[in-house]
Design a protein around this ligand. Structure first.
Ligand code: COA
Length: 546
């Protein structure tokens, strides 16, 4: 099978997994929802964002491999509303009435972290049965953060807007309660701390949905609704008008000091995600991103040259950009490629694994390169394909731990924005040094060919076997060779499954699995989103052990 065929097979499988998420609760519940005259979560989002603009969906496979529906009964992502990049979070009422399970809560937390880090307004499209009652013990206590995050967002002047389409009861009532702006749909929104049965139980009072929490009541009596929308489309229209009046201004982006450069900043730094006119100019890549499929082996044991990936995702040769990629220290530490490029007009520094293993030289080169990027306030892109830091006597004696620690120090304390893409392997501390999830890159995406674990499945099973054999022999007993083979096979299969991108994405260890051909577009959106903030590199690193 060619690389292309193998990758296309994986992409078809990825499409099938995404289709499960898009199906939400399935035809039965979607049809019932439509029959009630309601729009689905994705239809609401599509109408809310600017026509023709990109919507960067986040964590679409949340909950994959768990007992919950893939997607975790909520859709989150970044969309452009009236020219403003916003974090959008929409309950999916076709999945268990939109109730929040443990993965829903984690997904919303991640969305709110992204909104905070990138200074985005949040628009919540609310229709939820509240806590998923059978798993309430896992979400009740941590779930409170959801409301805390909303008001802290407001305190940071990152506006919060709730468009309430349906149920928003009990704790859920605090989503509109904590939001800066609320829009309630007449006849749809139901916002109360306790519904009629609960009120009857608690106080004996007879009541009905409308008097307890209807849109009309909240607009005219309680004041919880700022706007009363006639229907769902009206709510979306009002939501767009609210965003239009937020007076959001992007910080001005530094204009490169080169005569004749097209102007950056002033509303757009390269990526034109909305219809707004822009002076942004950038060259398409010198090589067609489509050909990534021919280059990337799905068998991780086969090495590939990351320069071939870089030239397919960064801006191509142009008068302003010069060569697409100016490599730094190309003759030293050659299993890590470092250098400077531009993506949709955004300057970036790139660190990409070449032959898999990170040696001391690579770690030191990375450390220096990260400091240079901080000196020039340049965002960093990490392209993972590493089996980790080199082990063995010579390397330990040569200080591989010290040098790896320097790289981790630089990655951890670098104050320019980071993006990560896991292209292939991301094993062991290599995952950390290359800015894995625990090191908080602003965004992290994974290719369908990726694998991440403490080490490779065969290596992990082998280590377990060696340890078990030594323990048995230390007790003077005979080692069960047949049992060992069975254990190795079982462990290998288990680690293999746990290392796959869907399993990792299901646990929110990335922001999504993407088709490699979309990498440039996805990174361009991320860089545009990042440009809502300003940053200064090199504010301080820890002590570099030398
Ligand atoms: N936890 C777990 N499952 C829930 C749920 C919740 N909070 N809310 C709804 N569901 C499930 C239902 O049991 C049903 O499952 P099934 O189809 O497998 O039988 C499915 O979601 C759809 O619910 P249904 O009542 O048929 O949908 P609806 O659109 O007519 O009504 C609600 C949706 C949310 C209005 C209604 O289900 C409801 O009132 N739920 C309880 C709300 C509540 O009091 N939550 C407590 C919050 S702390």
């Amino acid at each position: 099978m060619t690389n292309r065929e193998a990758m296309l097979e994986k992409i078809a499988d990825l499409d099938a997994q995404h289709a499960v998420a898009v199906a939400g609760g399935g035809d039965k519940y979607v049809d019932r929802h439509h029959a009630r005259g309601k729009l689905t979560a994705r239809e609401r989002i599509e109408l809310l964002v600017d026509p023709g603009s990109a919507f960067l969906e986040l964590s679409p496979l949340a909950g994959w491999g768990s007992d919950f529906t893939v997607g975790a009964s909520v859709v989150t992502g970044i969309g452009v509303i009236e020219g403003v990049e916003c974090m959008i979070s929409a309950n999916d009422p076709t999945v268990k009435g939109g109730a929040s399970n443990p993965w829903t809560v984690k997904k919303i937390f991640r969305a709110s972290q992204i909104a905070e880090e990138n200074d985005l307004p949040t628009v919540s499209l609310v229709e939820s049965g509240g806590a998923d009652l059978p798993t309430q013990k896992e979400i009740f206590i941590p779930g409170g953060r959801l409301f805390r995050d909303l008001t802290r967002s407001s305190a940071r002047k990152q506006p919060t807007i709730a468009l309430v389409f349906g149920n928003s009861t009990a704790g859920g009532a605090y989503v509109p309660g904590m939001s800066d702006y609320t829009v309630f749909v007449r006849g749809g929104a139901k916002v109360f701390l306790g519904g009629p049965p609960l009120v009857k139980m608690a106080t004996g009072e007879e009541s009905d949905d409308e008097s307890l929490g209807g849109a009309e009541m909240h607009a005219r009596v309680s004041g919880l609704a700022d706007y009363l929308a006639e229907d769902e489309l009206d709510a979306i229209r009002i939501g767009r008008r609210i965003v239009a009046r937020l007076n959001r201004r992007r910080p001005s982006v530094g204009v490169p000091a080169r005569a004749g450069s097209p102007t950056l900043g002033g509303g757009c730094n390269g990526l034109q995600v909305s219809d707004s006119p822009s002076q942004c100019v950038f060259a398409e890549p010198d090589a067609d991103p489509e050909t990534l499929l021919d280059l990337i082996p799905t068998d991780l044991k086969e090495p590939f040259d990351p320069r071939e990936v870089i030239v397919r995702i960064v801006d191509g040769t142009s008068e302003r950009n010069g060569r697409p990629f100016d490599e730094f220290k190309p003759l030293y530490g050659t299993s890590l490629v470092t250098g400077w490029a531009q993506l949709h007009g955004h300057p970036i520094g790139i660190l990409a694994n070449a032959q898999g293993v990170l040696f001391s030289e690579e770690a030191q080169k990375a450390t220096q390169f990260i400091q240079l990027a901080n000196q020039s306030d340049t965002p960093l892109l990490f392209l993972h394909n590493t089996t980790g830091y080199m082990v063995g006597k010579d390397y330990e004696q040569g200080g591989i731990i010290k040098h790896g620690a320097q790289m981790l120090n630089a990655v951890s304390n670098s104050s320019v924005p980071h993006l990560s893409v896991i292209m292939g392997a991301s094993y062991g501390a290599g995952n950390y040094g290359m800015n894995g999830r625990a090191f908080d890159p602003r965004f992290l995406f994974t290719w369908p060919s990726a694998k991440s674990a403490v080490m490779g499945p065969a290596q992990l099973a082998g280590v377990l076997s060696i340890v078990a054999r030594a323990a048995t022999e230390a007790k003077g007993q005979e080692y069960d060779e047949e049992g060992d083979a069975g254990m190795r096979a079982m462990v290998e299969q288990m680690v293999e499954e746990q290392s796959l991108p869907y399993a990792l994405s299901g646990m929110l260890y990335d922001d999504g699995v993407i088709d490699p051909r979309d990498t440039r577009t996805v990174l361009a959106i991320c860089l545009s989103v990042i440009s809502n903030t300003t940053w200064t590199g090199g504010e301080g690193f820890g002590v570099f052990r030398t």
